[in-house]
Design a protein around this ligand. Structure first.
Ligand SMILES: Nc1ncnc2c1ncn2[C@@H]1O[C@H](COP(=O)(O)OP(=O)(O)OP(=O)(O)O)[C@@H](O)[C@H]1O
Length: 447
């Protein structure tokens, strides 16, 4: 099953499009999921997506359909990613931030301020025995370098991969968020540092990919358990046909780098959708910083929402078509079979957890390798990752408890399977008895 939700949003015609190219629009709505688009040669193409937001759609509609389920998932420790994609000036930043990140008009607020409100609302309504912390990092990928928008001196952040936490932005500033108003101020200060330029399509065009990373940790005091979820929002820089826009100098260089990384994203999506399910094919995540950061989000176990932003103008039909083809392709990304757990379970020693997840993982495996053969250790490693287990290894007591956890999970699923089987057999027997009884009765009547 695909875990990627893909929606399309058509913004209203801009005054520039109306002035330069008239009121002609290239799309015809068929319903809330399907529409037809005509290219310059008047050839029609029909597309269907999870939902299509036409020009009169509200910011709240986009949030509630596409984003809210992912926000709820993140509070419950399921990683989620929301990506806005499209031509320059197509409405990506408007959808992500609204006209302004500090916009006070409730109706105009974009995805980001709604995510902030949504996260705090979910936390407020959750069980009191669970303590949450939310951290925020904001980086941009500009000319293939990852810059920390909370600390511009960190202008070459390295992307690292941890076996248990997945992709990490090494050394990026993390701000602890305590309430929605403060979170918006932090977002606003980060966004103010973003690289902005002017394109023919957009007076204030984002010349970088902007990545908003929320990390949510929840600690249950009753169950002695820590869970974490990552929520990543990505406002991509706009794709641009340089021959059509006549970009020059720095703008041209920026456009080439943007287009190259968007092509890398397209190649990753092609590899994820074209490969044979039976054998793992190479996915070129390392071809760009963008695809490397999104490695966890695409094809992994996290939930992904893609909003394809388009202009409805006939003048931009070919750019809109390429955005739509990108979205149609992304819809076919399958969830990976290998699920990384986000749940850390540990037993606290003196009230504090002494080792990091990676360290504990390695200590456990090392100890086990002394007792078990290599194949057993490999199997256990896989089992631990699948179960999202993390143990603070202090004594054999901790290890045994981890074993018990895994064993308990296995026993519970076996009990459930046996019960389901029993139920099926009983249902079949009932059906068999009643059909035999009916046949016996009709045979008696015939006699
Ligand atoms: N749904 C919408 N309703 C009203 N105005 C919109 C809508 N979408 C976009 N706009 C307006 O269109 C213009 C361009 O939008 P925006 O800056 O969001 O484009 P973008 O895709 O982020 O472009 P770039 O890639 O160049 O940064 C802005 O003035 C914005 O206010």
């Amino acid at each position: 099953m695909s875990n990627v939700t893909v929606c399309v949003r058509f913004r209203p015609l801009s005054s520039k499009e109306k002035r330069d190219h008239g009121d002609d629009i290239c799309i015809e709505s068929l319903d809330s999921e399907t529409f037809t688009i005509k290219d310059e040669k008047e050839e029609g193409f029909t597309f269907s997506f999870d939902k299509v937001f036409y020009e009169k759609s509200k910011q709240a509609d986009v949030y509630e359909f596409l984003v809210l389920p992912i926000v709820r998932g993140a509070v419950d420790a399921t990683n989620g990613t929301i990506i806005v994609y499209g031509q320059t000036g197509a409405g990506k930043t408007y959808s992500m931030e609204g006209p302004n990140i500090l916009e006070s008009d409730e109706q105009k607020k974009g995805i980001l301020p709604r995510v902030v409100d949504g996260l705090f609302a979910c936390i407020r309504s959750s069980d009191e025995s669970v303590k949450y912390t939310i951290k925020l990092s904001v980086v941009e990928i500009y000319m293939e370098k990852v810059r920390d928008l909370f600390d511009l001196s960190k202008d070459n952040i390295q992307i690292k991969e941890s076996r248990t936490q997945g992709i990490l932005l090494s050394g990026a500033t993390e701000i602890s968020l305590l309430d929605p108003a403060e979170a918006l101020q932090s977002l606003s200060s980060g966004i103010a540092n973003r690289a902005i330029g002017e394109t023919q399509m957009n007076m204030a065009s984002s010349r970088s990919h902007c990545v908003y990373l929320f990390t949510l940790n929840q600690e249950s005091t009753t169950e002695k358990r820590v869970k974490s979820g990552k929520l990543i929002l990505v406002d991509l820089a706009g794709s641009e046909k340089v021959e059509k826009t006549g970009a020059e100098g720095r703008v041209l260089e920026e456009a080439k780098t943007i287009n190259k990384s968007l092509s890398a994203l397209g190649n990753v999506i092609n590899a994820l959708t074209c490969g044979s399910p039976a054998k793992a094919n190479h996915i070129p995540y390392r071809d760009s910083k963008l695809t490397r950061i999104l490695q966890d989000a695409l094809g992994g176990s996290s939930r992904t929402a893609l909003l394809c932003c388009c202009s409805p103008s006939t003048f931009n039909a070919s750019e809109s078509l390429s955005t739509l083809r990108f979205g149609a392709r992304a819809k076919h990304i399958k969830a990976s079979a290998f699920v990384k757990g986000n749940e850390e379970k540990y037993l606290k020693k003196n009230g504090a957890c002494s080792a990091t997840r990676d360290e504990s993982f390695d200590i456990i495996l090392k100890k086990m390798s002394e007792r078990l053969d290599a194949e057993d250790v490999e199997l256990l490693e896989e089992l631990f990752i699948q179960a999202g287990l993390f143990i603070d290894f202090g004594s054999t007591e901790y290890l045994e408890s981890a074993y018990q956890d895994v064993a308990q999970q296995t026993i519970s699923s076996l009990i459930q399977a046996v019960q389901e089987l029993k139920f099926t057999v009983e249902m079949n027997n009932t059906f068999l008895h009643s059909s035999l009884w009916l046949r016996w009765n009709s045979w008696q009547e015939l006699r």
